[in-house]
Design a protein around this ligand. Structure first.
Ligand code: HPA
Length: 245
């Protein structure tokens, strides 16, 4: 089976159960990835792990070098990537503590380096992005969640905002009208860049709060972190099950 790349988000700094064999300190024509990429094995499967916010540095969502991250994984031979994202819940099923495997996204980000197409290839790169997440990888994640006895939402629309601030209540209401179920800051341009490189990409989203204006307590980082700590352990179990398939 081919190597799996895992791009960890907030709260997922490492993969327990991953015996790290080496670190790849790569440079790409877009610069260096967020941190050296760890290579290891889970069962017989080769795994490449990258923390997109860097570690111990914390690169904010709008400053992540998404192109370097995807290019470096591609250079290492990775053709399947699971991205882990912390998100806020918008629709009623998306309660804190829930895992979501989104099937659609809406991109509200701006000003990020969002394509490998700099015009120099002499041809235009209009990728088909009708279904932004890879169906085969999504189904493998759903199957792994079932086998591990982990509850999840099997679909959802992931709205990706610029950040780093959280949203206003009106922005969240507008996103709900647009059809967004969850809101996060790091899902794009990661998904589109993966598609440009021919990498099968899926996302596992951890709902860590109700989106702005939907809860009756103010949003606070410690509250999100506590839920994140618990959910990150569940995500690790999910990935281990996926890798041991
Ligand atoms: N909004 C945007 N990004 C997030 C949120 C949120 O409410 N929670 C975690 N990441």
């Amino acid at each position: 089976m081919s190597a799996l790349g895992i791009i960890g988000g907030t709260g997922v700094d490492q993969l327990e159960g991953l015996a790290i064999d080496r670190e790849h300190d790569l440079d790409t024509r877009f610069g260096a990835p967020s941190r050296p990429i760890q290579e290891g094995r889970v069962a017989d499967r080769q795994v490449f792990f990258l923390q997109r916010h860097g570690s111990p540095r914390a690169i904010p969502p709008h400053r992540i070098n998404y192109r370097a991250n995807l290019q470096a994984l591609h250079t290492l031979g990775v053709r399947q990537v699971v991205g882990i994202n912390a998100v806020g819940g918008i629709s009623s099923e998306m309660q804190p503590g829930r895992l979501v495997i989104p099937d659609q996204l809406i991109d509200y980000t701006w000003g990020r380096e969002h394509t490998f197409d700099d015009g120099s290839a002499g041809s235009l790169l209009h990728i088909d992005f009708t279904d932004p997440y890879d169906l085969g990888l999504r189904l493998a994640l759903l199957d792994a969640a079932d086998r591990a006895g982990i509850g999840y939402e099997p679909s959802g629309v992931h709205g990706i905002v610029q950040g780093p601030r959280l949203e206003t209540a009106a922005e969240v209401r507008r996103m709900a009208v647009d059809g967004c179920d969850i809101v996060g800051m790091t899902g794009m341009p990661e998904a589109a860049l993966a598609r440009e490189l021919g990498i099968a990409y899926a996302s596992v989203c951890m709902v860590v709060n109700l989106a702005a204006g939907l809860g009756d307590v103010p949003l606070s980082l410690p509250m999100m972190q506590e839920i994140l700590r618990r959910e990150a352990a569940v995500v690790r179990a999910l990935l281990e099950t996926l890798l041991r398939a």
